[in-house]
Design a protein around this ligand. Structure first.
Ligand SMILES: Nc1ncnc2c1ncn2[C@@H]1O[C@H](COP(=O)(O)OP(=O)(O)OP(=O)(O)O)[C@@H](O)[C@H]1O
Length: 619
């Protein structure tokens, strides 16, 4: 059976899970030179490259990120003001100290009761401003973050769609899905969460230290004394956290592949009663992921523990020295309360910085994976000065073409053919002989390892890729439909086609009456992959697609092998009409299917072992 490379599954018949299990799964793609080595060798240069890459990624949003930063930084003065009412009440209402000069200027010689009310109102005003600022920051952060995420996801999706079929053959779909769906969010987090929090934390830290030092420099020195320990701990845990986070991502995307595969093949699973087996595979994969996550969480908890203990020691030191200072009269009780509030707030930014440094490692691991995908170059490339090709005549020549999927074991060897424009060629051969591979080279799903293929006398690699692919209409053994309406499925070949053209194509494919009889006619939805239609019905719809495309070259890969004899006869009829005036390659196992072809070739073990006169290269 031929598997189409279009559906993202391997042509070697191995299922997605098998390839994910057996292949070199989920290794971060060593993409461009910029990202090579990075996942393996953790070094300062690689870190620097990743940071530069991130900066480049975020450059278009710098103004918005700056806005976010400004909003976040406005929180600092508010944080500084929060404990001030408490200090005033303690010192000037409960104690006997005069109010601070600034307050005295605004409210000269007021009673204690008025001072308490003023302090309370001040407290509410600061809280209100803090909340408003919080709201504005959240709104802006959400907008900027979603924009960054959407843009990156769009680019990843665009890129992944253009990667060569061989990439998808090897990788399967889940790893790419994971990178687009989950890894891409890391950049958003770094842009709107980590960077602004980090910078704001540094800013707040500086401001609070300054105010504390103004009150009592000794206290500021004690409070700051713990920061080397904090920095050291962030440095020490950084690598471990990144490594573990990377491991978690690999295992999670691997586990997801089990779900995706089992659900997409649910009929096979149920038919063979393998639900239990699939469940066990699922549990095994998730079990591995679970332990990796537990290890990661334990590492972050250990890290938080170190942070928490260090800050507690710092706070205790400030409390001790601060109390002594109150006792000796160096500072007031209100000053001590103010400083203690600052110290707890001072450690909040320090903790934020170190916590962010921890989660940053997880984000960086994800960002690496997303960028690696983005930097993966397609094997099949378009030349910079590629030729346009409005409509080909249809002459195709193979010149000593050899091809190996893995670059080593050839699947096609020294194939030479000359197919005149409008010639219908029947391709026969045993299973695994290389027939599908032969036609897959025509529209450049893969490029030959050796030799060249010419269309109208020009190497396929000279043409613009989209133009080249536009010259082919393909009908596969297992027609692939999308989960939309019948009309949209037919129009997939030419999205600009009007309803009359779609109906005309359906008529030509002999499927109009069937469609007209459906509950919603052409607007009937066909279900995922067209499962609500029979194999023959799907095949006819894909033929209508080919009629609508009206391409000069037609590839028919065993299009009737899954339908009954009557349906086959009807479909063949339609197909021969479709072939008229088009260069056609028709693959079939049943030789009788090829009777209407003008020429015939036979493939065995990757070689063309027989060919009729009309396709001889020297004819
Ligand atoms: N994506 C792939 N990666 C690696 N090997 C592949 C891939 N697709 C096909 N092959 C191998 O290439 C050889 C030729 O496969 P191909 O599908 O071209 O044969 P075929 O003649 O079309 O077979 P069938 O009649 O069964 O469809 C087979 O040995 C197959 O295992």
């Amino acid at each position: 059976m031929t598997r189409t490379p279009l559906d993202g599954t391997g042509k070697d018949g191995r299922d997605l899970g098998a390839r994910l299990r057996d292949g070199p799964p989920f290794v971060i793609e060593p993409a461009t030179a910029e990202f090579r080595d990075q996942p393996v060798r953790e070094n300062a240069v690689a870190e620097h490259r990743l940071a530069r890459r991130l900066a480049r990624e975020l450059r278009p949003y710098w103004l918005r990120i700056l806005g976010l930063l400004v909003l976040s930084m406005l929180a600092t003065p508010l944080a500084l003001l929060t404990p001030v009412p408490l200090k005033i009440v303690i010192d000037s209402v409960l104690g006997a100290h005069p109010p601070p000069p600034a307050l005295d200027r605004i409210l000269p010689a007021v009673s204690d009761a008025t001072l308490v009310i003023a302090a309370a109102l001040f407290f509410v005003a600061v809280a209100l401003l803090t909340q408003l600022l919080d709201l504005a920051t959240t709104v802006l952060r959400t907008f900027v973050g979603e924009r960054v995420l959407l843009d990156l996801r769009t680019r990843l999706f665009r890129h992944v769609q253009r990667l060569s079929v061989s990439y998808h053959d090897l990788r399967g779909t889940t790893d790419s899905t994971y990178r687009i769906q989950y890894d891409a969010t890391a950049t958003q987090q770094i842009a709107v969460d980590t960077i602004p929090s980090f910078i704001t934390a540094v800013f707040t830290l500086g401001a609070m230290l300054y105010v504390t030092a103004k009150i009592d420099w000794q206290l500021a020195v004690v409070a700051l004394g713990i920061s080397p320990v904090l920095l050291l701990a962030s440095w020490r845990y950084r690598r471990q956290l990144r490594k573990q986070s990377r491991q978690v991502k690999k295992l999670e995307s691997g586990a997801m592949s089990v779900v995706q595969e089992a659900l997409s093949a649910v009929r096979v699973v149920q038919a063979f009663g393998r639900e239990e087996h699939e469940e066990q595979r699922f549990v095994r994969r998730f079990h591995e992921g679970m332990w990796a996550r537990i290890r990661y969480t334990l590492a972050t908890s250990r890290y938080s523990l170190v942070m928490g203990l260090t800050t507690a020691v710092g706070t205790a030191g400030v409390l001790y020295i601060g109390t002594r200072s109150v006792q000796t009269g160096r500072i007031t009780l209100g000053d001590l309360v103010l400083v203690m509030t600052y110290v707890s707030q001072l450690y909040a930014p320090l903790k934020t910085m170190s916590r962010k440094a921890g989660s940053l490692q997880g984000y960086l691991a994800s960002a690496e994976r997303a960028f690696a995908l983005l930097h993966k170059e397609p094997d099949v490339k378009e030349r910079p000065e590629a030729r346009p090709l409005p409509r080909a005549g249809g002459e195709i020549v193979f010149h000593d073409v050899s091809f190996a999927y893995d670059g080593q074991r050839p699947v096609l060897r020294d194939v030479s053919l000359r197919v005149g424009a409008g010639t219908r060629v029947g391709v026969a051969g045993a299973t695994g002989a290389g027939k599908t591979t032969l036609v897959s080279l025509l529209n450049r799903f893969y490029d030959p390892t050796e030799g060249r293929i010419l269309l109208d006398g020009v190497d396929l690699r000279e043409y613009r890729l989209a133009d080249l692919r536009n010259q082919f209409a393909i009908v596969l053994q297992e027609p692939l439909l999308f989960a939309t309406s019948v009309a949209e499925n037919i129009a997939y070949a030419r999205p600009d086609a009007g309803r009359e053209e779609i109906v005309a194509a359906a008529r030509a494919a002999g499927v109009h009456d069937f469609i007209a009889g459906l509950p919603d006619g052409y607007d009937t939805r066909v279900g995922e992959r067209g499962t609500r239609l029979s194999g023959g019905e799907r095949q006819r719809i894909s033929l209508a697609r080919a009629f609508l495309k009206d391409a000069p070259v037609l590839i028919l890969d065993e299009p009737t092998s899954s339908v009954d004899v009557h349906t086959e006869a009807a479909i063949m009829d339609t197909m021969y009409r479709l072939m008229e005036g088009r260069t056609t390659f028709m693959i079939a196992h049943r030789l009788s299917t090829l009777d209407g072809c003008d020429e015939r070739i036979e493939v065995a073990s990757g070689r063309v072992t027989r060919m009729s006169e009309g396709v001889r290269p020297d004819a």
